[in-house]
Structures are given as structure tokens and as C-alpha cells.
Ligand binder design. Structure first.
Ligand SMILES: *[C@@H]1O[C@H](CO)[C@@H](O)[C@H](O)[C@H]1NC(C)=O
Ligand SMILES: *[C@@H]1O[C@H](CO)[C@@H](O)[C@H](O)[C@H]1NC(C)=O
Ligand SMILES: *[C@@H]1O[C@H](CO)[C@@H](O)[C@H](O)[C@H]1NC(C)=O
Ligand SMILES: *[C@@H]1O[C@H](CO)[C@@H](O)[C@H](O)[C@H]1NC(C)=O
Ligand SMILES: *[C@@H]1O[C@H](CO)[C@@H](O)[C@H](O)[C@H]1NC(C)=O
Length: 230
């Protein structure tokens, strides 16, 4: 309603009240439609619905749904990670930990992605919380206990060059092999370089199965003086 819109606009920080669940099939289809599968990731058959929330230009917390179009400003620090259907992933227990990354598949430019994949974030040791998402009440939060966050790649806000095409940014979620509950990814030789990150080589290096969930957003660097559209 109009009143709700006015109230929402007047109170930055409120949660997105249009947030809805996305089925795993819809995630799978969107990854195909975007060309990410098979161009960037050979296959994606998500067991869980994986969500990220972000601060929208109007100040609200919004749920990222696969294919959301963001402004560069809206790509700032993710606010929250959450999942639905976690029990549908194989081999999950209460002790299971998870790792999450963010990458740009189209760096430095969609037409000539010589830095593919460019990693903007990688961190392990997430676990499923009893608390649910503040934006989507049916999704369980993924958290790192306070003071224990030690990302392998600390979050870097994307800054794609103006007029370098429509960039596809991918967040993915994996179950973390047990050894990494007590040791970092560098212990298996993972390197810090963020450019030209080879995902298939990395999965073999860490002993990972396929991603259990993934989502993505785009930034249209040709729109709004390179700032994208929301
Ligand atoms: C859970 O996994 C099974 C087997 O892959 C699948 O048939 C089912 O649709 C999944 N359920 C959900 C809610 O995704
Ligand atoms: C499940 O976990 C056990 C013990 O960690 C492991 O040996 C097995 O390979 C895992 N199975 C799958 C399908 O990941
Ligand atoms: C919290 O999330 C879990 C897991 O997705 C779900 O089973 C439960 O119903 C949610 N709780 C509420 C109050 O929606
Ligand atoms: C997980 O946490 C433990 C204990 O703090 C730490 O030793 C380990 O390196 C962490 N693993 C990852 C992948 O961050
Ligand atoms: C990524 O690594 C795999 C396995 O090591 C290799 O076959 C493939 O050619 C690499 N891809 C790129 C783009 O370098």
C-alpha cells in the first residue's frame, strides 16, 4: 500500500517486506539463463536455497535473488547469509561448517574477461545458527562466532570499470571439509592472488564437493555513468 511505502521510505534500515523464497529449481534455471552455467561453472544443481542480504540504495536490507541487478554502491559488504533446505544437502550435521565466496566472472570486462575469476571474498568456518534471517524469516542464518572471523580473502567491494559490460558476480556456498575446522586453506597450498582464480583446480585442492547453493547479481557498467541500476 502507499502508506506502507511511505513508512518504509521514511525508516531506513527496515527489512525488505517483499522478500520471498526462491526454489532450488529457480536458482538452477537462472544460472543457465545467465550463461554462468556452463560458461563459468560447469554445472550447478543446488541442494539448498542460498541467500545474501545487502543494503539497497534506499537504506533497506534487501534479499539478493538470482539475477538481481545492483548499483556499484549496493555491492558493499554483505549484511547476512542464510539458507533454506539445509537438511537436503548430503552429509550435513550440526557440526558441519561452510565456506562462502564472492567472485566476478567478467573481470575486467565482459567481452574480454582476462582476470576471470576475480575473487572478492572467501571465508570458511560458517555454521548454521538457530536464528533466522531478518529479511526472510524462513531462512536459517549462517554465522561465524563473534571474534572468530578470519576470512582467507577479506571482503573487497567490487569496483567494475564503467562501460565494461554487464558483470556477473557469484556467491557460492560449500560444505567445508572437516580438516579446515582447525586449519586454513593455505595449509593445502591455496594462494592469496585474487585474479584468475581457477575454480576447478581450487575444488580439487581443497577436496570440495560441488557447491550446495549459489546465487548471483549483475552490475550494468554501461548504465547510470557506470554506476549500474538497482
Ligand atoms: C531435496 O533433494 C531431493 C533429491 O535430490 C529432491 O528431489 C527434492 O526436490 C529436494 N527438495 C528441495 C526442497 O529442494
Ligand atoms: C560423508 O562424510 C563422510 C565422513 O566425513 C565421508 O567419508 C563421506 O565421503 C561423505 N560422503 C559424501 C557423499 O560427501
Ligand atoms: C527458521 O528457518 C528454519 C530453516 O529454514 C525453518 O525450518 C523454520 O521454520 C524457520 N522459522 C520460522 C519462524 O519461520
Ligand atoms: C577455522 O577456525 C579455526 C579455529 O579458529 C582455525 O584454526 C581455522 O584456520 C579456521 N579455518 C578456516 C578455513 O577459516
Ligand atoms: C583450471 O584448472 C584445470 C585443472 O587443473 C585445468 O584443466 C584448466 O585448464 C584450468 N583452467 C584455466 C582457465 O586455466
Amino acid at each position: 500500500s502507499l502508506l506502507a511505502l511511505i513508512l518504509a521510505a521514511a525508516a531506513p534500515g527496515l527489512a525488505d517486506d517483499n522478500a520471498r523464497s526462491v526454489s532450488t529449481l529457480e536458482f538452477k534455471n537462472k544460472f543457465r539463463e545467465s550463461g554462468i552455467v556452463p560458461e563459468v561453472i560447469a554445472a550447478l544443481d543446488p541442494a539448498v536455497s542460498f541467500y545474501v542480504t545487502y543494503r539497497a540504495a534506499d537504506g533497506h536490507s534487501e534479499l539478493l535473488v538470482p539475477g538481481s541487478s545492483l548499483t556499484v554502491g549496493e555491492t558493499a559488504q554483505p549484511l547476512e547469509f542464510s539458507v533454506e533446505n539445509l537438511q537436503n544437502a548430503t552429509n550435513i550435521t550440526a557440526q558441519t561448517r561452510y565456506l562462502i565466496y564472492l567472485l566476478d566472472a567478467d573481470a575486467p570486462a565482459r567481452s574480454n574477461p582476462t582476470a576471470r575469476n576475480l575473487r572478492y571474498f572467501l571465508a570458511g568456518n560458517y555454521s548454521a545458527a538457530t536464528a533466522n534471517s531478518t529479511v526472510l524469516s524462513t531462512a536459517q542464518r549462517l554465522v561465524i562466532p563473534a571474534g572468530q572471523a578470519r576470512p582467507f580473502t577479506s571482503f573487497i567491494q567490487p569496483a567494475p570499470t564503467a562501460n565494461s559490460g554487464v558483470h556477473r558476480f557469484i556467491y557460492a556456498l560449500y560444505t567445508q571439509p572437516a580438516r579446515f575446522s582447525s586449519t586454513g586453506f593455505e595449509s593445502v597450498g591455496m594462494e592469496e592472488a585474487i585474479e584468475n582464480w581457477n575454480l576447478s583446480r581450487w575444488r580439487t585442492q581443497l577436496g570440495l564437493g560441488p557447491a550446495i547453493g549459489a546465487t548471483f547479481f549483475t552490475v550494468d557498467t554501461g548504465a547510470n555513468n557506470g554506476q549500474g541500476t538497482s
